[in-house]
Design a protein around this ligand. Structure first.
Ligand SMILES: [Zn+2]
Length: 477
């Protein structure tokens, strides 16, 4: 018996605000434990939360970028549960009235386009972190630096039917939130994390099967592996006549298996109710329009525009738009040197090689768009050959010198194109190789390369090959 796989994803994005969602504490990562804390984010009695306006801005931005409707009056709710890293005994989240509803995201898997529904996006606070040091057995610490750090949770419809679709959705979503500047998208550090709800049902069955929720997948590869493992686990249970239990399961990266963590709670277990300390969040049309005006061009649109405007291949556009700053760099160079395909090649081959080796981003690249544009112009004008150009390029990179013309002059790398000078050289070489000239003229045509080689040797590779070829042809026929 075969089954249809049904997957829905819940993605938590940590927002790139300077301060926390309900207090003025810093969100800076890596500070000493509990340095970023105050009575509000440690849940002291009587401390009152005040909403960070930037969080609303970011949530609306994410909502508009995923075609959601923005709720004019959304409400914060208390989600009650106990955990030592949650000192209030509840998490402030949104429940019945989230800030964004009813959007979608388009994905493509093996050439097939598909639209995945987005149920909702809501704002909430993160919890703190428990630390269990290996060297102190039986002792745990709690670090509240992360408590109250703002998150948005993006909940999809159960529209995905394979692990490949789930990964495509996550990649597209991650790319969007990074483009928007609302999240750094770092999966390993947990600022972009995903839970997957997975169930199987017999083909054609009207109802969904019982689902299990998977947590703790910190890379796209682990999402794929964990989903595939879970599908097989449920298939085995159903094939054996058993029933899948609704539960939360933790993916174990090292062992490549998932393990039951706890029975999955229903919403009513959390006793949600509107937080009496916070007013409804009113976002009027003016605010929404203001955010909409400031939205950057999104990755899919940018890809299409690069293909349309610059006539570069789709694969090139995909590589260049994987990072918004990279696409900006490409366009800045093309403004200076209007041969887009050549610019794309230099960026994808020479430049990416160097920055990947050094593990730096394009914004830290020592070669400016102006520097690369100038270099490409010098090659195009025949001042230097493409080969010497690569040499100059790596010098520009290592010395952060963005004046290729100066580098070329200082080292005397310019190509020799002066006909008079080269003609004199050709004359000398022909005169000194009388025997070879005769052999060539008697039909040993391969010897032509020998003469070109001699000129190149004398000029340290800087003679303009077209001019040399022409002069030699004239001289020895
Ligand atoms: Zn605080």
């Amino acid at each position: 018996m075969d089954y249809e796989i049904v997957i829905g994803l819940e993605v938590h994005c940590q927002l790139l605000t300077e301060t926390k969602i309900f207090c003025g504490c810093s969100t800076h990562f890596g500070n000493p434990p509990n340095q970023n804390s105050c009575p509000v984010c440690t849940g002291m009695p009587g401390a009152l939360p005040v909403l960070n306006r930037k969080v609303v801005d970011f949530a609306v931005r994410a909502g508009l970028a995923t075609a959601c409707k923005i709720t004019p009056n959304s409400v914060f709710a208390r989600k009650n549960y106990f955990y030592p890293d949650l000192p209030k005994g509840y998490q402030i989240s949104q429940f019945e009235l989230p800030i964004c509803i009813g959007g979608h995201l388009d994905i493509e898997v093996e050439g097939e386009k598909k639209r995945i529904g987005i149920t909702r996006i809501h704002m909430e606070e993160d919890a703190g972190k428990l630390v269990h040091p290996e060297y102190e057995h039986g002792v745990s610490y709690v670090d509240y630096n992360r408590a109250c750090v703002p998150l948005i949770e993006i909940v999809s419809e159960p529209d995905m039917r394979s692990s490949a679709e789930a990964v495509a959705y996550l990649k597209a979503l991650r790319e969007i939130v990074v483009y928007l500047g609302v999240c750094d998208g770092n999966m390993e550090e947990g600022s972009f994390r995903c839970d997957a709800n997975i169930s199987l049902r017999r083909w054609g069955a009207p109802e969904f099967g019982t689902r299990a929720e998977l947590k703790n997948m910190n890379s796209f590869r682990n999402v794929q592996r964990a989903i595939e493992y879970e599908v097989e686990r449920q298939r085995d249970i159903l094939d054996g006549g058993g029933q899948v239990v609704q539960e939360t399961r933790l993916w174990n990266v090292d062992r490549g298996v998932s393990m039951s963590m706890r029975g999955k709670e229903e919403a009513h277990d959390y006793r949600y109710f509107p937080d009496p300390d916070l007013l409804p969040v009113v976002v009027d049309e003016v605010w929404v329009e203001d955010v909409r005006q400031k939205l950057p061009e999104l990755p899919a649109a940018k890809r299409q525009r690069l293909v349309d405007d610059y006539a570069i291949p789709v694969v090139d556009a995909e590589v260049l738009t994987a990072d918004r700053a990279m696409a900006d760099y490409f366009e800045a160079v093309v403004k200076l040197f209007a041969q887009p395909k050549a610019v794309a090649n230099w960026i994808m081959v020479e430049l990416m090689k160097l920055i990947n080796e050094d593990k730096i981003s394009i914004t830290q690249c020592p070669i400016t768009p102006q520097g690369l544009g100038d270099l490409l112009s010098l090659i195009d004008e025949g001042v230097i050959s493409g080969k010497i150009g690569k040499q100059v390029f790596s010098q520009m990179y290592s010395s952060a010198n963005n004046d290729p013309r100066q580098l070329i002059e200082d080292q005397g790398l310019a190509q020799m194109s002066d006909v008079g000078e080269l003609a004199a050289l050709v004359d000398d070489i022909v005169a000194a190789n009388d025997g070879k000239v005769k052999e060539y003229q008697q039909g040993k045509v391969k010897l032509f390369g020998f003469f070109v080689g001699q000129v190149m040797k004398k000029t340290k590779g800087q003679a303009n090959p077209q001019v040399v070829n022409r002069l030699l042809k004239e001289k020895i026929g």
